[in-house]
Every structure is written in structure tokens, then in C-alpha cells.
Write a protein that binds this ligand. Structure first.
Ligand code: 2P0
Length: 346
């Protein structure tokens, strides 16, 4: 019987506090601005992927949340496979004793334990997990920044899920993407009191995909040009400092301002893109009111209506009570975490 090689890994979701929105190269996925995110713990939200390689497989196959999907029509997935196989082939060419895996067909089985494409960063954890599992299967021995360059080509935000804690995606300057990578600003242990609460306002699939939406913004929004040139470079520095200082009010102000500007840029896109709904806006008003006596919580919204609230752990019971008073059953808490390797079989 043909030998089967297998690896299973899981990867976390990250939620940006300085948002990525816009590409300067759509095939290499090179962004128009740097971004910064917080990686959530895997206890609540994660992707989990098993990849098997065997001589007995006749084609590459993919199952996503139990449903078979085409690989060949997915250029981004093909790019991640091509890159990792090329690296494996290179290692094999230098060491004859290694099993020949680079040429084997693979079966990929991946699932998220949360709604896919509902603005809950499913592509981020999904592609981070795919690339981490391929690197484990192929024993590539690359560091997380090096892997982030490959994961970025699956989905931009995925590059940040290769690290736990506080993670910057440096936009880079090179045309080949070799310097557009994730770096860790601080590990999850740096600020253990900081927690994230996710308020699931809607788990419906979003109307405008991030990929399409952001390129329409690049084409049509004058506000985006102001954001990427004047606002984000300074905000990245300020955010890094706030994180290093564990200065929650500063972190919160910057997070809320950046979320607001991201959604302003969506509104400035023509035709406009709306990701927040009436409930999202009501949550903004509640948090703004709650912060009147001092900044105790920060909201942020991605390409969907769901709120993520960052706050020190001690404030969470009060925030949970406040939000569930207005929206019963909508919120659940998560803490910060990091990438976990679960199993590796040879
Ligand atoms: C972010 N978002 O920084 C921003 C904030 C949504 C709003 O990254 O085309 O799914 O795969 O690179 O990464 C969503 O965009 O887009 C995103 P692609 P992606 O988290």
C-alpha cells in the first residue's frame, strides 16, 4: 500500500486595529498601506486543516467545510501550493535521504468553526492554516515571517495570522513582494489583560467581497489616497507605541478612529460600500456613551456588520451586560492567543 504523509494544524483569526484596504499588486497581493492586528485565541475561532500526500492520489483535491471545491480555479490556492512545493523540491534536491513529497498529489481538508466570509476573518485563518500545514508536511523550516510572504499570496490578512499577539504587516517597497511580510510587535503574553469580544450581529455572507470592494475603493476614492499617504504611516507608529506602553485609552482611540476611517473610505467608494448596519451603528453609540467617563472599550468593524470590542478583562463583564441588555445572545468573549501545531505524522 502506498505510504501516506499527513499533517494537521490549526490557525487563529486576527482582527486589525489599523486596517488593510487596497492593493498595489492584485496577483502578488501587495497592499497600499501597512496594517496591524491582534491575533485572537484559538479557543473560540480557528481554522483547522489536514493535508495528506500519497503516491495513490491522482489529483490535488480540496474539501472546505465538508464540501468539495475546485483547486485549479482558485489562483491563490494554486500560488500557495506552487511556492511550497518549489521550496520542498529544493530541499529534496540537496538531501537524497528525504522522502520525495514535492511531486505527490495532495488532499486538503479544511474547516472553520465559525461562519465563512461573514466578515469574521475566515480567509485570514484559512490561508494561514493552509500554508502552515503545507510547511509542516513538507518540513520547510521557514520562520513565521518567511511563511507570511507565502500566506499573503492566499489572502492579504492571512499573513498576520502566522504570529500570535500583536502583528504588523509591513507593506514593503519591492515589486516582487519579498519585503511585504508580517512581523510580531509583541507576543500575546505582553498584554494579558487585553481581551476581545465578538458580537455576531449577522452571520450572513457579506454582499461585497473584500477583494472586489478594496479595488473599487483604490479606483474611485480620493479619501483612500489621503488615508494611505497621510494617516496610516503615522497611525502605525502611534499604535505600536500604544501597544508597547500597554496604554489602553490610546490603543482604543486609535482603533476606533481607524475603524471609522476604513468605513468612511468604503462610503467614499463609488458606488459606495456599506458593511455596517443599524445594529453596528447602535453598538458604536453604546460604546461611545460607555466611554464618556474614560475610555474603557474600543469597537472595530471589518468588512461586515459584526463588532469586535477590545477592552481590559476587568471591564468585560460590564460590557457584556451592557450589550446583551440591548442585543440578547449576540456576544461571546475570546482572549488573545497564538498559532498551535496540533499533530504531525510521518
Ligand atoms: C484587515 N480586511 O486588515 C481588513 C480590514 C477587511 C477590513 O483584510 O483580497 O480577505 O484576500 O487580500 O485579506 C479583508 O481582506 O482580502 C481584510 P484579500 P482580505 O483585516
Amino acid at each position: 500500500m502506498a505510504q501516506v504523509f499527513e499533517a494537521t494544524c490549526s490557525a487563529p483569526v486576527n482582527i486589525a486595529v489599523v486596517k488593510y484596504w487596497g492593493k498595489r499588486d492584485t496577483s502578488l497581493i501587495l497592499p497600499t498601506n501597512s496594517s496591524l492586528s491582534v491575533t485572537l485565541s484559538q479557543d473560540q475561532l480557528h481554522s483547522k486543516t489536514t493535508i495528506r500526500a500519497s503516491e495513490s492520489f491522482t489529483e490535488d483535491q480540496l474539501w472546505l467545510n465538508g464540501k468539495q471545491e475546485s483547486i485549479s480555479s482558485n489562483k491563490r490556492l494554486v500560488a500557495c501550493l506552487r511556492e511550497t512545493r518549489a521550496l520542498r523540491a529544493n530541499i529534496e534536491s540537496k538531501d537524497e535521504s528525504l522522502p520525495k513529497l514535492a511531486h505527490l498529489k495532495i488532499h486538503i481538508c479544511s474547516e472553520n468553526n465559525f461562519p465563512t466570509a461573514a466578515g469574521l476573518a475566515s480567509s485570514a485563518s484559512g490561508y494561514a492554516c493552509l500554508v502552515f500545514t503545507l510547511a509542516t508536511l513538507f518540513d520547510l523550516r521557514l520562520n513565521a515571517s518567511e511563511l507570511s510572504i507565502i500566506a499573503r499570496q492566499g489572502s492579504g490578512s492571512a499573513c498576520r495570522s502566522l504570529f500570535g499577539g500583536f502583528v504588523a504587516w509591513e507593506m514593503g517597497q519591492n515589486d516582487d513582494g519579498s519585503d511585504s511580510k508580517a512581523v510580531q510587535i509583541a507576543p500575546e503574553t505582553h498584554w494579558p489583560e487585553l481581551e476581545a469580544m465578538i458580537c455576531v450581529v449577522s452571520d450572513a455572507k457579506k454582499g461585497t467581497s473584500s477583494t472586489e470592494g478594496m479595488q473599487l475603493t483604490v479606483k474611485t476614492s480620493p479619501l483612500l489616497q489621503h488615508r494611505i499617504k497621510e494617516v496610516v504611516p503615522r497611525r502605525m507608529e502611534d499604535m505600536i507605541q500604544a501597544i508597547k506602553d500597554r496604554n489602553f485609552p490610546r490603543f482604543a482611540d486609535l482603533t476606533m478612529q481607524d475603524s471609522n476611517q476604513f468605513h468612511a473610505v468604503c462610503l467614499d467608494t463609488y458606488p459606495p460600500i456599506f458593511y455596517m448596519n443599524d445594529i453596528s451603528r447602535a453598538i458604536i453609540r453604546i460604546i461611545t456613551e460607555y466611554n464618556k467617563s474614560g475610555v474603557k472599550a474600543a469597537y472595530t468593524y471589518d468588512a461586515g456588520p459584526n463588532a469586535v470590542i477590545y477592552a481590559p478583562r476587568e471591564n468585560m463583564p460590564e460590557i457584556y451586560a451592557l450589550l446583551s441588555h440591548y442585543f440578547p445572545g449576540a456576544a461571546f468573549a475570546d482572549s488573545l492567543g497564538m498559532l498551535k501545531e496540533q499533530k504531525k505524522d510521518w
